[in-house]
Write a protein that binds this ligand. Sequence first.
Ligand SMILES: O=C(O)CCC(=O)C(=O)O
Ligand SMILES: [Fe+2]
Length: 217
Amino acid sequence: MAYDLTLSGADLTASRLASTPGARKVPSPRLTQFLIPAFLSGEECAGLIERIDLAVRPSTITDFNGDEAFRTSWTGDLDYADPFVQAIDAKLCALVGIDHRFGEPLQGQRYDVGQEFKGHTDYFEPTGVDYEEHTWRSGQRTWTVMAYLNKVDAGGGTRFFGPDKIVQPEPGKIVAWNSLRPDGTVNPDTLHHAMKVRKGRKYVITKWFREREWPWG
Ligand SMILES: O=C(O)CCC(=O)C(=O)O
Ligand SMILES: [Fe+2]
């Protein structure tokens, strides 16, 4: 069997996403990004929401910039020992074709009315004071796979500044992008803002992949 050795791991993930039924590539030369409607079922979304609500703590950020209102949401860590969580994790890893070992533990985020996560990138800023601490073991973040779990009554879109596009929450919808450029450097065009929820609540899960293995137990 012949392999095309000119394809990178990122290319393989992109082609895998592109061939997923219903997937759409965002037509921007500035970043590699895909949208997939209703990838998670209603049952999967409901089970995740229930678990996030049980686990919430105030969200944190790296490289604090002095703005106390920068990320005002809730984070709920999802327990990989839970077979339900494990199945969702496996589904997301299979979607991008990246081994589970390269992913961080799945996180949930909840935004109540007025909560947001202002403009940020998911990669660790190479010039940031926290860079070494966050990357020495598993390396930089590569792909982000995020799923919206519910319909938000008003607000709560994710604005991407590279393509200047707002992705609206819809139950089970995936937005996935690569934080790195083809040469492996970070891509500032992946800057995004989880906009304030105006009415209702918003739930998402985020799965971040790394260059090297995550220290799973
Ligand atoms: O909730 C969103 O729309 C985006 C979340 C996000 O950007 C993050 O958790 O890094
Ligand atoms: Fe983000």
